[in-house]
Design a binder for this molecule. Structure first.
Ligand code: NAG
Ligand code: NAG
Ligand code: NAG
Ligand code: NAG
Ligand code: NAG
Ligand code: NAG
Ligand code: NAG
Ligand code: NAG
Ligand code: NAG
Ligand code: NAG
Ligand code: NAG
Length: 768
């Protein structure tokens, strides 16, 4: 639940002050004090002071044998991570500009040694090492969050920040977001002053260090993710909310200390107590030991199946045909507030995609805002339709320029990324990368069996009501990557056998499958896409390109990951479209537009386990007995699932994106690439998203560049002032009314990431 807080009075202070101190004095242990405090609170997510939560969670005793089972249980899944060899030995430019090398196997071994030596003093210390083991890769697809890190508490700070430039040219400085809001809406008496120290440390240094705890690889994108952002907020609990500094996104897991002290340039110093959101009932918990017994031994009081992942693989896909639910799926009313966004022309009800027109001198410009590539399995078909309908409507309304905003886009469904590109370039080449996976015993055995089974089955859509068995085999086996008949090679040809697809090919000290690409004309496409076919293929070929490449500009905040990077690779390399990067660290120079994981497919560990176990069921008893003597005997154990945090994502990166034409075949994840233009955030952009879109339009077509590095100019084709139509006037009026009606209370300061529940979807998604 999102609470709307009055910002001016800093009423968030009350969140953390539900008098737990009394409880603490009286209680016999920190966890009992948490329990006592929770018992007095009637809100959905109670809060306690961060220090108290920390004292409680660090009082959970370390269990050596359980820790050893967890560390060893992780091993079979880490083998699926495609980039291990590159993480250990990345290109020099990656080390220089992106991140340090990481030796995953050595680090896991070091944790194991420490467990064996009994050197952990409590469970939290151990859990943190395991979490950092995954987080330090800065691969948003590779993540394991132990129960002790994410099941009980999420940490938070009371004050979301923004980083803004005074004039769009000066380097940005951090501000308390509520100061900026109050200044613009409330006619305050003081002038907001930048934060220059945090906890006694240089603020920029503090924030850069904190940003490194995020999921992205690019340091400027990580920095942006520290702050309040309208695009993230518009995703509600499914996004990175109000930024990692305040405890949204990956900022919910690192302990921020008891207090945060902000020193401002004007000499004022303010100290806020940090707090923890309590995610479980504390019934029956009297100390760290009872917390352990109740919640960390695999039989939690509430089920753990809220874990996000792909739609349950054994459940039939809800829709077989993109046309099945064609009507009535577009909307402009949404269930999640999107503060700072103008009235849309069309918008998906979870704000996953929306179309907007700008007014006044920008009346030539249409904006497609795409903060997700479908993270919810109910939204696959509406998502495609809104894109299609909006592009058609924009053309019909005479719009000649298109800004696409992919800020906050952590990806979603792979083929939606291909489809949106093909909606924009229906005749464009349908690939910009090839996508190999790691070739090793598990992937080989699964592929052999899946390919063998598929050879006896038709490659066509099956009605689940006619033959449920055949439907399931088509969905799980025939349509998928482990059947050699799925996908094509780099020459666009079918593979003749599993051996031809699998390889293995030796590269960079590891072994990979041959280069593979999606077969976008596959009749089984809907089984991999959540129900859609791809524009430009099959019977979706009667489309004309809606905008010339030079009339499109894409803008990002760097938080563009997974399917968003697939889309962006197609747009840049095949479409020739220019990209704008926003914000970034308080440093001069260019920044990257794509700062999130460029791997092209994540696999939840639950899905890996399913694949292995399903392969047993496809074979005879003798085959299954044989599999038990191979790696496929390593996936029966549920320790890792019993010990993962409720509502956390647990994934590996399964496929790399190898760029077309890259002779070195380096995964795109390890390649640094600057945007065409970097634009700094201004104060206005932090509460009115149209200020971003106008700065992009100005820079691309308005002859007024806001780029502090790079440029978009040289197109020659300018925005035109046109006769205002009735529709333009209606739009201008609704935007004026929106601007007049908006107030400080429209901007929630407590939008926290919460992946518990929800119909999650996506096969290339970086969960926040
Ligand atoms: C806790 O202790 C305080 C101070 O000793 C006392 O005022 C308060 O009534 C106690 N509360 C409970 C619930 O025992
Ligand atoms: C430690 O974990 C093991 C499982 O590995 C369990 O059998 C044992 O009861 C646990 N010890 C305590 C004290 O909870
Ligand atoms: C799961 O695997 C771990 C590590 O190999 C082992 O310690 C544990 O006993 C296994 N659990 C079961 C139920 O087999
Ligand atoms: C600012 O506040 C003062 C005092 O409350 C008021 O007189 C003035 O009209 C306000 N100005 C604006 C622009 O709202
Ligand atoms: C100094 O700036 C801070 C942060 O904007 C503000 O809260 C405070 O009121 C300011 N102090 C003065 C004396 O203006
Ligand atoms: C998948 O669906 C089946 C059948 O509805 C159910 O029994 C199973 O628990 C589900 N698995 C997950 C991981 O949700
Ligand atoms: C359903 O499909 C399976 C797998 O192809 C086949 O063995 C079975 O005979 C089919 N059942 C019917 C009723 O057609
Ligand atoms: C792609 O899929 C279609 C339909 O399933 C199939 O006919 C075709 O052979 C596949 N391969 C290529 C290279 O198109
Ligand atoms: C497009 O093709 C699919 C699959 O062959 C079919 O189900 C659908 O009805 C077709 N749509 C149109 C508009 O012809
Ligand atoms: C293709 O689109 C054009 C214009 O939208 C339409 O007139 C024509 O009937 C369409 N053709 C087919 C085969 O759907
Ligand atoms: C394979 O191993 C699992 C786990 O030990 C066991 O349950 C299963 O019966 C074995 N399968 C065969 C065919 O031996």
């Amino acid at each position: 639940m999102v609470l709307l807080n009055s910002i001016v009075g800093l009423s968030l202070a009350s969140i953390a002050s539900a008098s737990p101190l009394h409880a603490r004095q009286n209680a016999s242990s920190p966890c009992a004090a948490v329990a006592a405090s929770v018992a007095t609170q009637t809100i959905a997510v109670p809060t306690v002071p961060a220090q108290l939560a920390y004292d409680c969670i660090t009082s959970v005793p370390f269990n050596q044998s359980a820790a050893l089972a967890l560390v060893d249980g992780i091993v079979p899944y880490v083998k699926w991570q495609s980039t291990t060899a590159y993480l250990k030995d990345p290109p020099a430019e990656y080390i220089e500009k992106i991140q340090d090398p990481v030796d995953l196997w050595a680090d896991l071994g070091a944790i194991r040694d420490k467990v064996v030596a009994g050197d952990y003093t409590n469970e939290f210390e151990f859990g943190w090492d395991v979490y950092i083991f995954s987080q330090q890769t800065h691969d948003g697809h590779f993540v394991f969050v132990p129960d002790v890190i994410g099941t009980v508490f999420n940490w938070a700070r009371q004050t979301p920040l923004v980083s803004v430039s005074a004039d769009g040219v000066e380097l940005p400085k951090p501000y308390v977001y509520s100061d900026i809001l109050a200044e613009s809406f409330n006619n305050i008496t003081y002038i907001p002053s930048p934060v220059y120290k945090i906890n006694g440390k240089d603020a920029l240094e503090f924030l850069e260090d904190w940003s490194q705890l995020g999921s992205l690889q690019d340091r400027d994108a990580l920095y942006n993710n520290v702050f309040y952002e309208l695009a993230s907020v518009s995703l509600g609990g499914a996004g990175a909310g109000i930024g990692t500094f305040a405890g949204s996104g990956r900022g919910r897991w690192p302990y921020p200390g008891a207090e945060t002290t902000l020193e401002f340039e004007n000499g004022t110093t303010l100290t806020y107590s940090n707090y923890a959101r309590v995610l479980i009932p504390f019934d029956g918990i009297t100390d760290g030991e009872s917390l352990y017994q109740l919640w960390f031994t695999g039989n939690q009081p509430t089920a753990t199946e809220a874990e996000p992942g792909p739609s349950n693989s054994t459940t039939p896909s809800p829709t077989l045909s993109a046309t099945a639910t064609a009507a009535t799926t577009t909307t402009t009313t949404t269930s999640i507030p999107a503060p700072g966004y103008p009235p849309p022309v069309l918008r998906e009800e979870n704000n996953l995609i929306g179309g907007y027109y700008l007014d006044g001198e920008y009346s030539d410009v249409a904006v497609l805002s795409v903060p997700s590539f479908v993270s919810l399995d109910t939204a696959e078909i509406p998502f495609q339709q809104i894109g299609e309908k909006f592009l058609a409507a924009a053309r019909a309304a005479g719009k000649t320029k298109l800004v696409i905003d992919v800020s906050a886009n952590g990806g979603g469904t792979i083929l939606q990324g291909y489809d949106l590109y093909k909606q924009l370039f229906p005749d464009g080449i349908g690939h910009a990368t090839a996508d190999p996976f790691r070739a090793f015993e598990s992937t080989d055995l699964i592929g052999q069996k899946f390919s063998e089974v598929s050879e006896g089955l038709p490659r066509e859509l099956v009605d689940p009501n006619e033959n449920a068995t055949l439907y399931e085999l088509t969905y799980e086996v025939v349509s998928y990557v482990f059947n050699y008949q799925s996908d094509v090679d780099v020459n666009g040809k079918n593979f003749p056998s599993w051996e031809a697809k699998f390889g293995p090919v030796e590269r960079h000290g590891d072994t990979y499958s041959n280069l593979i690409r999606w077969n976008l004309s596959d009749v089984l496409t809907p089984l991999n896409s959540g129900g859609i076919y791809i524009h430009g293929y099959g019977n979706l070929t009667n489309f004309t390109q809606p905008f010339a490449a030079e009339d499109i500009t894409v803008v990002t905040d760097g938080y563009c990951a997974s399917t968003c990077t697939i889309f962006s690779e197609l747009m840049r390399k095949r479409g020739g479209v220019k990209y704008v990067s926003l914000g970034g660290r308080s440093k001069a120079g260019a920044t990257q537009a794509i700062g999130g994981v460029k791997g092209t497919n994540n696999f939840p560990w639950t899905y890996i386990q399913f694949l292995a176990q399903y392969t047993h069921t496809l074979g005879t008893t003798a085959e299954s007995a044989y599999y038990n003597t191979t790696e496929l005997g390593d996936y029966w154990n549920n320790t890792v699932f019993d010990r993962q945090a409720i509502g956390s994502s647990v994934n590996v990166n399964f496929r790399d994106g190898i760029r077309d034409g890259d002779e070195t075949q380096t995964p795109a994840q390890f390649i640094y690439e600057e945007s065409d233009c970097r634009i700094l955030y201004t104060k206005e952009m932090s509460y009115d998203v149209t200020a971003i879109w106008k700065a992009v339009a100005d820079s691309a077509w308005g002859g007024k560049s806001h780029c502090v590095a790079g440029a978009l100019g040289g197109y020659g084709k300018k925005m035109t002032k046109r006769e205002r139509s009735v529709q333009d006037k209606v739009l201008a009026r609704s935007q004026q009314m929106w601007r007049r009606g908006v107030s400080v209370d429209d901007y929630p300061l407590d939008v926290f990431t919460d992946l518990r529940g929800g119909a999650w979807a996506g096969n290339a998604i970086m969960y926040p």
